[in-house]
Design a protein around this ligand. Sequence first.
Ligand SMILES: NC(=O)c1ccc[n+]([C@@H]2O[C@H](COP(=O)([O-])OP(=O)(O)OC[C@H]3O[C@@H](n4cnc5c(N)ncnc54)[C@H](O)[C@@H]3O)[C@@H](O)[C@H]2O)c1
Ligand SMILES: O=P(O)(O)OC[C@H]1O[C@H](O[C@H]2[C@H](O)[C@@H](O)[C@@H](O)O[C@@H]2CO)[C@H](O)[C@@H](O)[C@@H]1O
Ligand SMILES: [Mn+2]
Length: 447
Amino acid sequence: MVEDNRKFSVVIAGGGSTFTPGFVINLLKSQDKFPLRKLKFYDNDAERQKKIGDAVAIIMKERAPEIEFSYTTDPKEAFTDVDFVMGSIRVGKYEMRSYDEKIPLKYGVYGQETTGPGGMAYGLRSIKSIIEIIDWMEEYSPNAWMINYSNTIAIVSEACRRFRPNAKVINICDMPIDLMDRMAVIAGRKSFKDLDFKYYGLNHFGWWKEVRDRKTGEDLTPMLKEYVAKNGYWVGGEYDEHTEASWEATFKEAAEVYQLDPTTLPNTYLQYYYFPQYEVKNADPKHTRTDEILEYRQKLVFGECERIVKEGTAKGNLWDYSEVHSEYIVDICHAIAYNTHEKFLANIPNNGAISNIADDAIVEVPCLFGADGVQPICQGEAGRLQYGMINEQVTCEKLVVDAYEQKSYVKMLEAFALNKTVPDASVAKKILDDMMVVNKPYWPDLK
Ligand SMILES: NC(=O)c1ccc[n+]([C@@H]2O[C@H](COP(=O)([O-])OP(=O)(O)OC[C@H]3O[C@@H](n4cnc5c(N)ncnc54)[C@H](O)[C@@H]3O)[C@@H](O)[C@H]2O)c1
Ligand SMILES: O=P(O)(O)OC[C@H]1O[C@H](O[C@H]2[C@H](O)[C@@H](O)[C@@H](O)O[C@@H]2CO)[C@H](O)[C@@H](O)[C@@H]1O
Ligand SMILES: [Mn+2]
């Protein structure tokens, strides 16, 4: 038998992300499964990254001094000698997310990180930076894989398909995983790993056809539907103890979202497409999700990093309990590194995975993850409702990438006007014109 004593080098692009410390703790917990020799952070905001980097340096010194740790703003240093790049950047940071949420609300349209005009604005901001990172990875570490979860994933994935079709990049999202963890709780199983599933759609825009017990094959879909019809994905108790108000509302609202197609189980993000008027009515244009994060998650994460640095120890830190967001990413690296062909989800060109959707549409479907990347698992036909919705949304996402490629104002206007969350082209224009002003430093110069 050939001995496998490989250890891996990982760089987190977006080292200053609020998710970075949780991810590091998960990486350290998984050393038996996915051993590291090197961990680096890369960010283009030195000051923000330093706050996280200095705390993580203490964590690493205390728990894994054998792993070389550093952080940098220099691309060459960051992307040289790496096996995996984790993409966790937010182009324009929370300042721009706040505009994505608040500008549409000014005109009676819901503003959301990855949905509607906000999501499209964010996608247009992200393309250039993600392509740049892919190019650095290919230049300095040609054998590396990039696991990207920087949003807006659907638009970033379409840009990858068009501009870097052969790049070793996999665009992922953990929303279905989080929801399957909830299904596991409902069905009395431990985690999503105990479930098998059929799922199809787009990112933040998908439906489960079926959920089964992974070992016995027992069909859990009927009991899950019965639960979701009454409670959504809200499971209360210990599981939801740390869930913030807006997420709680989202998980509960899945009960209404489910009613639109009781033959499937929905992704929670469909709420914004089915009930845009309700979302606007319930929003506070002066206090959106970004404000909630600034007051809670960002404060908590940076406050904890400051405490660690001040006390010089990371004992008893906030992230010692596991976070599903980063656990999933470690699992994916493991599957690629050890060629396990485990089943997760990825955003990929359709090529038949959903039989009645165009080959060049970016879809989110279950895939087998291994050393050669991802192999999609065919999910059959999209239902009639889904067929209509998917084609409209995919077209919006493609139009955003057209706008980027052609530096075209009209293409972006078409993307906004076509979107299901926008009632009227004149409203689309007002939103776009406001967004043009604040996005000047990030968007191509649209003419
Ligand atoms: N796919 C998923 O399921 C999933 C889940 C959670 C978060 N996310 C995404 O992960 C990303 C990080 O989220 P967050 O809330 O922690 O954001 P954050 O603002 O806390 O961190 C993002 C970091 O990216 C840095 N950055 C911005 N542009 C950069 C660039 N061009 N190069 C290098 N660094 C850059 C910022 O300076 C910041 O430190 C976002 O894109 C978010 O949408 C995705
Ligand atoms: O509003 P935010 O920044 O809290 O969340 C936006 C992101 O929401 C989803 O990710 C969730 C994830 O599903 C959940 O398991 C947990 O880990 O929190 C994540 C972030 O809150 C979504 O999939 C992402 O794409 C969004 O960026
Ligand atoms: Mn997501």
